[in-house]
Design a binder for this molecule. Structure first.
Ligand SMILES: Nc1ncnc2c1ncn2[C@@H]1O[C@H](COP(=O)(O)OP(=O)(O)O)[C@@H](O)[C@H]1O
Ligand SMILES: [Mg+2]
Length: 247
């Protein structure tokens, strides 16, 4: 699959001062593949994501996107983190138009129409003129997703995107994300501490060790969608992953 690699991570190491965080990580993500990385809290997941997305430089090793060495954050990838990045002083439509940043045609009307299309795609039809403080946590997450998808990124970097949501909304957003990915396929790298979230969505799961982190195990998820987390196959996979995590 070497020709088809969207992301290649090769021998990446990273520390902060005397603290070694990433202890040598190598893996590849194929074009249009959905890879999840699970690992214990504090093991270095966000640090790894920041290196792969180009926000931090590795101390050793390299990251390649489409075979070219990564030089910094690329507009071809979009990061969605737990914290969120919606502007409180802009409406839903304005937030989405801001993401377009003058690209995709400068015409204001066209950009507004595109913003409304993506708002509808994430189930926010009728809320185009609402401000963030008028929206629930789940609706805010939908704005985030729409803002990511509207720029048609080649890669979605998701760092615990739904972990601040309540359990029910978390389940809804998983389905929402999978539905959008069926419409518009992207390469996805999801970081999570939620094993079920990974099993529900990913094609492959990498399990990280505690810090300094390395890939401890790799699993393929061959279950068809929509997945049932209560199925014997999913149960067996969960068992195996939890065992790797020492749980
Ligand atoms: N910018 C930084 N400076 C110093 N230490 C950091 C920095 N970022 C992360 N760390 C440390 O690196 C370790 C891993 O952090 P992080 O990657 O956020 O873990 P995770 O996302 O798996 O919870 C933690 O001990 C954290 O304190
Ligand atoms: Mg983190």
């Amino acid at each position: 699959m070497s020709d088809n690699n969207k992301i290649k991570v090769d021998g990446v190491r990273k520390g902060f001062g005397a603290l070694p965080v990433i202890g040598g990580v190598s893996f590849a993500v194929a074009d249009s593949e959905f890879v999840a990385i699970v690992g214990p809290s504090g093991c270095g997941k966000s640090t790894l994501m920041n290196v792969i997305a180009g926000f931090e430089r590795p101390d050793a090793g390299r990251v390649e996107i489409d075979g070219a060495p990564l030089a910094g954050p690329s507009p071809r990838g979009i990061v969605i983190s737990q914290h969120g990045s919606v502007f409180p002083w802009l409406t839903v439509q304005q937030n989405l138009m801001f993401g377009l940043n003058g690209k995709h045609g400068a015409d204001h009307g066209e950009r507004a129409a595109l913003a409304d299309h993506y708002a509808a795609m994430v189930g926010l039809k009728g809320f185009e003129s609402a401000y963030p403080h008028e929206l629930s946590g789940g609706m805010l997450k939908r704005v985030e997703l729409a803002r990511a998808f509207i720029v048609k990124p080649e890669i979605l970097y998701l760092d615990e995107p739904f972990s601040a949501l309540d359990a029910l909304m978390n389940l809804r957003m998983r389905n929402e994300l999978l539905r959008i990915l069926e419409e518009e396929r992207h390469t996805v790298l999801l970081i999570t501490h939620d094993v079920d979230e990974a099993i529900y969505m990913a094609d492959r799961i990498l399990v990280l060790s505690p810090r300094p982190t390395t890939i401890q195990a790799r699993f393929e998820v061959k279950l068809p969608h929509p997945r049932r987390l209560a199925s014997p196959e999913a149960e067996a996979l969960r068992e195996a992953i939890l065992r790797e995590l020492g749980l």
